[in-house]
Design a binder for this molecule. Structure first.
Ligand code: F0G
Length: 535
């Protein structure tokens, strides 16, 4: 079967093994001894116990179950987030919630058995080996910091080649000093959003356990990413759930082009998320939404690349849009682990920015003072809040369709990240997002509306004095400009009706940074005149 995604063979990996403490323990163990529960979980997923011929290392797994469990649990395992439960599970198990108490799960490592470099500079060794896909990938070149996958099961499509760009134009807009404002341009990923960082990790795990179908609910970017990994690797079929009319054409077109089975349901993202969890359980389909803890392992690497681009110096602020809260959760875990490993000496502050029309986190965090509280947040606050949303039939509503989410599945992990990172939460209006987006575009980058929440949020925090003018601030641009051209064109249009139709109903009343097309007759003189007048 033709495919261009790279699925590693052990032979290829051998060139990655360096003398420097590079996961020697892993290299000695074969797949079956590391992942003894394959057979069981293949059957739980409704898959044949005997693996496909192209996965010979899985064969016979059932023979090995009793012998090697301790090796697995010692090196890498999944653990329930709740301190009152803390149940642990094998890395070969597929869960999107703790089967005992329903909380989210983490992927955790015994770092003593997964030797890590002494310094982040060690990763620079991989720069000269960019011809090797696992060194080129912006996710897997940091594999020592997410060592859950046997290298021969890693599926990479060259994700994470994303630059961190200093832009003084945006710094001026935000109100920080020249040289202090950086944009992490995640729109440069193969599917055009940060999702590929997490998808390569979840997809790799799905491949490890032998899944043949993978599903997600999506506001568009997760589905585009999943569809791309499926069609480029030919390893799985993508089944995507989207809310009818809730996805931009740029994103929908990707899923369709990449051949995903696209289930359009009458409802919004929250409804789609609810359904996909039910359906994937019933049909044994592997779920890749960010409730999947392996997704977040991949998304940690966005922060490693930020540090790499800053010559391993820690910035003062990371500012990120908040939707399902996977990124913020992953970033918190990345910094917490790096700090615990002694690889950074301080943790940057985290700012999570909601859209005002989808502001559950902001309402709970600032309005109701909900906190992580050592893993025991006051759940009654959350339950009450959701009951009120239901009673009022309140639905998320923002031009930033990517973050049009009222029930963020990673709320708990995000609260923990905010605790670890001395974080803050804010909300910004659609007007603020679109103005910030126009500034990002005018300064040569470009992003979709949701991404601009980070820049709008940084500006707000600067105005409040929370961010100082001299602070080094990294805003995450989560998705590419071309994902949602409708919003961009409506902002710049001269057609008042179009403006009102797309933006007016969202409370956007002006376009301070619009670059309006000049309309002229098809006449040489008029064209020349128009250019002279406007240049
Ligand atoms: N920005 C973009 C462009 C997104 O697509 C998303 C999420 C977010 C921000 C929010 O990130 O969930 O980590 O807080 N999009 C998901 C999707 C929901 O289905 O594509 P988060």
């Amino acid at each position: 079967m033709a495919s261009w995604a790279v699925v590693y063979s052990p032979l290829q990996f051998s060139c990655l093994k360096t003398p420097l403490r590079c996961r020697s323990a892993w290299a000695k163990l074969d797949l079956v001894s590391r992942f003894p529960h394959y057979a069981y979980y293949q059957s739980a997923l409704g898959l044949p116990i005997l693996s496909a011929p192209d996965q010979p290392s899985i064969r016979g797994a059932s023979d090995q179950v009793a012998t090697s469990v301790d090796i697995v649990t010692d090196q890498v395992y999944q653990q329930c987030l709740s301190p009152d439960c803390s149940a642990t599970f094998d890395v070969g198990e597929v869960h999107t919630a703790c089967p005992k108490c329903g909380s989210l799960l983490d992927v955790l490592y015994d770092w003593d058995r997964n030797e890590v470099p002494d310094s982040l500079r060690w990763f620079e060794k991989k720069w000269s080996r960019r011809n090797e896909p696992l060194c080129r990938s912006g996710v897997w070149r940091f594999s020592e910091l997410l060592p859950f996958a046997p290298p021969e099961k890693i599926v990479t499509i060259g994700e994470g080649q994303t630059p961190l760009i200093a832009t003084d134009g945006v710094a001026r807009y935000v109100g920080t000093n020249p040289g202090t404002l950086f944009l992490e341009y995640e729109g440069m990923n193969p599917s055009g959003s940060f999702k590929d960082n997490g998808m390569t990790a979840a997809f790799t795990h799905a491949h490890m356990i032998g899944a043949k179908r993978a599903a997600c609910a999506s506001t568009g970017n997760t589905s585009a990413s999943l569809a791309l990994y499926c069609c480029s690797s030919k390893l799985m079929q993508a089944v995507i759930f989207i809310g009818s009319g809730k996805i931009s054409y740029g994103k929908l077109s990707q899923a369709l082009d990449y051949g995903a089975l696209t289930i359009q349901i009458a409802g919004d993202f929250d409804d789609a998320m609810h359904r996909v969890q039910q359906v994937s359980k019933q049909l044994g389909i592997y779920l890749v939404n960010s409730v999947n803890p392996f997704r977040l392992e991949g998304q940690k690497t966005i922060m490693y690349r930020v540090l790499e681009s800053l010559d391993w110096q820690v910035p003062d602020w990371i500012v990120v849009p908040g939707g399902n809260l996977g990124n913020s959760s992953a970033f918190g875990k990345a910094f917490h682990e790096l700090h615990a490993l002694g690889l950074i000496d301080r943790i940057p502050r985290l700012a999570v920015i909601n859209a005002a029309g989808a502001n559950t986190l902001n309402s709970l965090y600032n309005g109701h003072n909900l906190r992580w509280n050592g893993g025991r947040p006051d759940n009654s606050i959350i339950n009450r809040y959701y009951a009120e949303l239901d009673a009022a039939s309140s639905k998320a509503d923002t031009i930033a369709s990517a973050i049009e989410i009222n029930r963020p599945v990673n709320l708990m992990k995000c609260l923990r990240a905010l605790d670890w990172c001395d974080g803050v939460v804010r909300e910004v209006t659609d007007q603020q997002m679109l103005d910030a987006k126009a500034q990002v575009g005018a300064n040569g980058l470009g992003c979709e509306p949701a991404s601009a929440a980070s820049v709008a949020g940084a500006k707000l925090l600067r105005e409040e004095g929370v961010i100082a003018p001299s602070d080094r601030v990294v805003c995450i641009l989560t998705g590419h400009q071309l994902k949602d051209p409708t919003a961009t064109v409506a902002y710049h249009t001269t057609d008042q009706e179009e403006f009102n139709r797309v933006l007016g109903k969202r409370g956007v009343s002006r376009a301070a940074f619009a670059n309006r097309a000049v309309k002229v007759e098809n006449d040489l003189n008029e064209i020349v005149q128009a250019i002279q007048l406007n240049s």
